[in-house]
Write a protein of this length. Structure first.
Length: 385
């Protein structure tokens, strides 16, 4: 009788195939395909020689709770209001020559940032809220656009406030001081500063050190894999000391001072007696007073929208043991994103030229009915309402 093993039977001496790598941190689950950007040849070769620790892939998203579903629904609603409203503002500036002076260029820049908040920041915020498992730097790249675009909105609001102040302070020299070229430089400067502020965590001011220590203490090696959450990758020291104390609070205080000065200058001009040869400055400053009231409303909305979230960040940094209710955090996030939806209403719909242009766009492109012609005279000849 032959002692050969039967075909298909395994020899007792034949070793069993090695099991797939297992991550102890995830309860012994086998390594799945991880959501991450493609690696270059050098990085891939280094990763191949390192012990592999894995996490749940992006495709295996954690279940969405009813609370998260409500949060996502509200965020989507904000985006659906913010994006069309701000696109309409940009469209109006493009089609109406009367909306081409510095003021409306700043408003258009603000609208661009707010469109990006609705189209990019809100979807990324929803993704972070769900909390997929991914590499640390991948999560960091998802978090940084939120910082860039929201900072751009803040600086655009500040530029608009300063522009309105100059219109009241130096009305006769305004058009020689605030030229289209200088306005374009100011807009470019706002975006460059926003990139610097928002990308600072990518250059090292983040939580990578703490995450790596926890990753190594768990017996893991290589690029840390985390549940992608904003506070896990963004340093609270950065958010409080740099973002809030340098780039949010000072603009807020500066805008308050600017608006107070605008009201003071207008009231002083309106209280003066009009001479027979001086024309009627009351008409000009009366319209400026109306605009100043809109600016005061913007200041109030800005403070109400941004201060709650930054106050919560201060509590997180200075009182780590304090408990923050999740509902308050969600409300604070809604306010910051909702500010982008408020801006078209407060700025655009309170300016008559915008309202008339919106009506023309609606009739020409959506109702297919010609609208009354829009006064597209040069900006210096139009009323500033």
């Amino acid at each position: 009788m032959s002692c050969r093993p039967r075909r298909g039977a395994r020899s007792p001496a034949q070793p069993s195939p090695a099991p797939a790598p297992v991550s102890p941190a995830l309860g012994g689950s086998r390594c799945p395909q991880l959501w991450a950007p493609p690696l270059g040849p050098l990085a891939a070769s280094r990763q191949a020689g390192a012990p592999r620790r894995c996490a749940r892939p992006l495709s295996a998203m954690p279940p969405v709770s009813a609370f998260q579903a409500a949060y996502i629904s509200i965020e989507v609603l904000i985006a659906l209001v913010s994006v069309p409203g701000n696109v309409l503002v940009i469209w109006a500036v493009r089609v109406n020559q009367a909306l081409r002076d510095a003021t409306f260029c700043f408003i258009a820049s603000l609208a661009v940032a707010d469109v990006a908040v609705g189209a990019l920041v809100i979807p990324l915020a929803i993704l972070i809220n769900i909390g997929p498992q991914t590499y640390f730097h991948t999560c960091l790249m998802v978090a940084c656009p939120v910082l860039i675009l929201t900072q751009s909105s803040i600086l655009a609001l500040l530029a608009i406030a300063v522009d309105r102040y100059l219109r009241v302070k130096i009305p006769l020299r305004y058009k020689t001081v605030v030229t289209p070229r200088r306005a374009a430089v100011a807009i470019a400067g706002c975006w460059i500063l926003s990139l610097v502020v928002g990308l600072t965590p990518m250059f090292g001011w983040n939580n990578l050190g703490a995450v790596q220590r926890a990753w190594a203490a768990n017996g893991s090696a290589g690029e840390p894999v985390i549940k992608c959450e904003f506070e896990k990758v963004i340093s609270m020291e950065y958010m409080v000391y740099f973002n809030f104390f340098v780039w949010v609070l000072p603009p807020l205080l500066l805008m308050a001072l600017v608006y107070l000065e605008v009201f003071y200058l207008i009231r002083r001009q309106l209280s003066k007696k009009v001479s027979a040869s001086s024309g009627d400055p009351h008409k000009y400053y009366g319209k400026e007073l109306k605009i100043a009231k809109s600016l005061a409303l913007i200041l109030l909305l800005f403070a109400l929208s941004w201060l709650p979230l930054h106050i919560l960040n201060c509590i997180t940094l200075f009182c780590p043991s304090c408990r923050k209710p999740s509902l308050l955090t969600y409300i604070a996030i809604f306010l910051t994103h909702g500010n982008s939806a408020m801006n078209p209403i407060v700025y655009a719909f309170r300016i008559q030229k915008f309202r008339v242009t919106f009506l023309k766009i609606w009739n020409d492109h959506f109702r297919c009915q010609p609208a009354p012609p829009v006064d597209e005279g040069p900006p210096e000849e139009r009323p500033d309402d």
